[in-house]
Design a protein around this ligand. Structure first.
Ligand code: SDX
Length: 427
């Protein structure tokens, strides 16, 4: 009967080894027994950027990159986007189950109780330049929150973790809105707890003299976008949260590492980069030349490609539907035509087809955010707002995982052998 093991022959020694296969993986540490000499360290795996390495077991999000499947705690993203609220999804990611009405009401009230930030936070924001990138502001302020809540270091206390998770979910929209107002030179608008989670954020952002009268279609579209961004298994920023959190630092510091990773143009910063790319292209007639540049290796088609999805990102499909609803309200974004033509050409072009490059979550989201009135450099802040519950759920799952320890990869040393110091006179 076939055994779930791998038999390895080390041709350097002729010795055979048998290592167990579990969940279609072998444990890297099982390779350490493979040596030539007894005092060797033993074999390691070499996997820069973790192209083929599972760093954890997780029950939060399931992705099938070939089928274009995305589920949060088993629920298909299509159903959650259509029928859930963002706070229901945040609760689901954290607790593993959709909340009952009582649980959701309690969770909502608890969040409302924590939407204010310490007044000193507003002084931080005054310290930023008028043109400071909002992701830089968010990164700085969220990290600084750890100094306001020293109790957050008690990460092994479930009640304390729950309190910090609520603080982050509740306060980050306030901080994000404050950053927006600072960039616009507008007075800060404080949380209005008579509004729901998304309504409160929109009001803090766009209110000019009295409560903002939101376009309900746009507000609902924003809620769907945040749901679509809520988690995505072991992406770069989540991996950063897990790695930094594995040192048992407080969650504010760990989450600020996630914000830093998301800021990059290859990750969450791609939605901003897509708009810059569309601006650079300028007109549909320039698309063929741009595509030739990309195929020549001079630049990337931002918003295309994915480490896991080798078919259409299911979120991109849903976002395209949201785009139609938004543009009905706001009028067609002229850049949409360039984006649609870019997508049409790329999906037919052998270069992109061979590399299985399809639109990802960032390709259309920026166009929608722009139509909603957000400036380009603010798009990744909206991504961070959406990803917050996912980061927090993954952080806590890491802490509770008995397999986990402080993240500390090994290396292949390629530097000098030992050499003697040379005094500066003799160099
Ligand atoms: C997000 O991981 C996640 O889940 C992330 C995310 C989430 O929800 O957390 O889904 C959110 O970050 C989405 C991705 C947003 N980034 C972009 O849109 C930036 C553009 N895309 C790429 O840079 C790239 O596709 C990545 C970073 C997304 C994935 O890169 P990989 O898996 O490391 O692939 P690669 O860079 O090794 O590329 C493989 C090949 C290369 O060509 P060859 O060297 O084989 O000739 O595909 C080419 C690349 O040059 N390629 C592209 C391309 N993406 C990959 N060529 C042109 N345009 C692109 N966008």
């Amino acid at each position: 009967m076939a055994k779930d093991t791998l038999t390895i022959t080390d041709n350097r020694t002729g010795r055979n080894y048998e290592v167990p296969i579990e969940d279609d993986t072998v444990k890297a540490t099982d390779l350490r027994q493979i040596k030539v000499n007894d005092d060797d360290f033993g074999l390691m795996t070499y996997d820069p950027a973790f192209m083929n390495t599972a760093a954890c077991r997780s029950a939060i999000t399931y992705i099938d990159g070939d089928q274009g499947i995305l589920r949060y705690r088993g629920y298909p993203i299509e159903q959650l986007a259509e029928r859930a609220t963002f706070l229901e999804v945040a609760y689901l990611l954290a607790e593993g189950e959709l909340p009952t009405r009582t649980q959701l009401d309690q969770f909502t009230e608890t969040i409302k109780f924590h939407t204010y930030v310490h007044t000193n936070i507003t002084k931080f924001l005054e310290g930023f330049r008028y043109d400071a990138h909002p992701m830089g502001m968010l990164l700085g302020v969220v990290g600084a929150l750890s100094t306001f809540y020293p109790d957050a270091k008690h990460i092994h206390d479930p009640a304390n973790r729950a309190l910090q998770k609520v603080r982050l979910l509740a306060k980050v929209p306030t901080i994000a809105a404050f950053a927006f107002r600072h960039s616009r030179g507008l007075p800060l608008v404080f949380p209005d707890n008579d509004l729901d989670y998304i309504g409160n954020f929109v009001n803090m952002t766009f209110s000019i003299g009295g409560r903002h009268k939101p376009n309900k279609v746009l507000q609902h579209a924003l809620e769907i976008l945040l749901i679509l961004h809520a988690d995505h298994e072991q992406n770069c920023s989540t991996s950063a949260v897990r790695a930094v959190g594995s040192s048992h630092v407080d969650p504010f510091s760990a989450i600020s590492a996630g914000i830093a990773a998301l800021y990059g143009p290859l990750h969450g910063g791609a939605n901003e980069a897509v708009l810059q790319m569309l601006d650079e292209i300028g007109d549909k007639q320039h698309i063929p030349k741009f595509i030739d540049e990309v195929k020549a290796g001079r630049g990337r088609l931002m918003g295309f490609g994915h480490r896991v999805y080798k078919s259409y990102d299911p979120r991109a499909k849903l976002i395209k539907k949201v785009a139609d609803e938004v543009f009905e309200q706001t009028g067609l974004n002229p850049k949409l035509e360039i984006a649609l033509e870019l997508e049409r050409i790329a999906l037919e072009d052998e270069y992109f087809v061979k590399r299985k490059l399809y639109p990802n979550v960032d390709f259309y989201s920026g166009l929608i955010y722009q139509a909603m009135g957000y400036p380009t450099e603010y798009f990744t802040v909206l991504f961070a707002l959406g990803r917050m519950p996912g980061w927090l759920a993954q952080w806590e799952e890491m802490l509770l995982d008995k397999d986990q320890k402080i993240a500390r990869p090994r290396q292949i040393f390629t530097g000098h052998d030992e050499r003697a110091f040379v005094p500066v006179e003799k160099r």
